[in-house]
Design a protein around this ligand. Sequence first.
Ligand code: 5AD
Ligand code: FES
Length: 387
Amino acid sequence: MTVRKHSGLSFKCTERGKSMKITDLIEKLAVSHSLSLDEYEFLIENRCDEAINAAAEKAVCIRKGIYGNAVYVRGLIEISNICKNDCKYCGIRKSNTDCDRYRLTRDEIIECAETGYSLGFRTFVLQGGEDGYFSDDLLCDIIGAIKSKYPDCAITLSVGERSYDSYKRLYDAGADRYLLRHETADREHYRLLHPDDMSYDNRMRCLNDLREIGYQVGCGFMVGSPYQTNRMIAKDLKFIEAFKPDMCGIGPFVPHKNTPFGDMAQGTAELTCYLLSIIRLIHPSVLLPATTALGTIHPQGRELGIRSGANVVMPNLSPVLVRKKYELYDNKICTGEESAQCRDCLETRMRSIGYEIVTDRGDIKRDAAYDAKTSLKGEVINKNGCL
Ligand code: 5AD
Ligand code: FES
């Protein structure tokens, strides 16, 4: 199964010199986990089938050395689609008056976690728009209730930008991880994607606060978002290299009809998968989801993501009644299925490509020798025959 076949695109390595240089760069990245901005840009600009396959092969080999054929699952609970923000790409932005708004109650959220636990989930992701109703007190109460019932589970929050004190309170209440995509590491691009009252600096402040407090932190960006250039993606990769997130969420941009970007082109599965491979090479132990957005634009998107180096999937645990309402982009998949169906579907999909979903919190293997900036790195990777 190749992305190229499905996307109908072909990237031939016609210029021999270029294809040699690009495979050399992939080799260099696999050993040193670092390239210059220009080199990252070159990797993206000149990608061809040979490079895409070489990157995926190395990424899968390296990931297998750390995580075997295990795929971690996170149960996604979409707690609210009410949002005070107006991000230009997002279907639940506050200006979308066509959006049927909802928020789950404390008890509904806990029920989703109960269902999830019985289905084998050991991580729950509470995700929502920036909804003031979810005060620190309420979130702390929910986190405390889930944690005391299921102390063997991890809680991931994904509720946007908050103050240091708020993040600290939620952490002290038991939250383990926090997802906050940086969206773009280019200041001007950030401005083009967001309303004037949001800022790149505050986004970065949040990510640094979360890291300092002790969360396992996830950043990420959309592939093919409006105005994005290869240089900007190179900056994202450089940012990931420097920030070393524990998790990294990347998925294709998919337009939503009721947003200012409704007529813009969507991102491709091909580039998303290539970037998944590159991110695995930059940061071998990173937790990397094959996202729902990737599954939305390609029937085998999540399988392709795993085969490119991802190691996480996030089935939906939200009550079916609200699923369709959490529509960040058009045609989102998994909006009609019950939680158990979603989980089984992903289990079958993963098995079909030789992977196993595991009942595990799925923490990052932080002490992996790959992460140590020592000469051991190359040796360990070589032992697996990845280089
Ligand atoms: N297409 C793809 N991803 C989107 N997100 C928001 N809107 C879209 C869209 N139209 C992503 C953002 C956000 C995450 C929760 O979902 O990157 O951080
Ligand atoms: Fe949700 Fe397949 S993963 S229906």
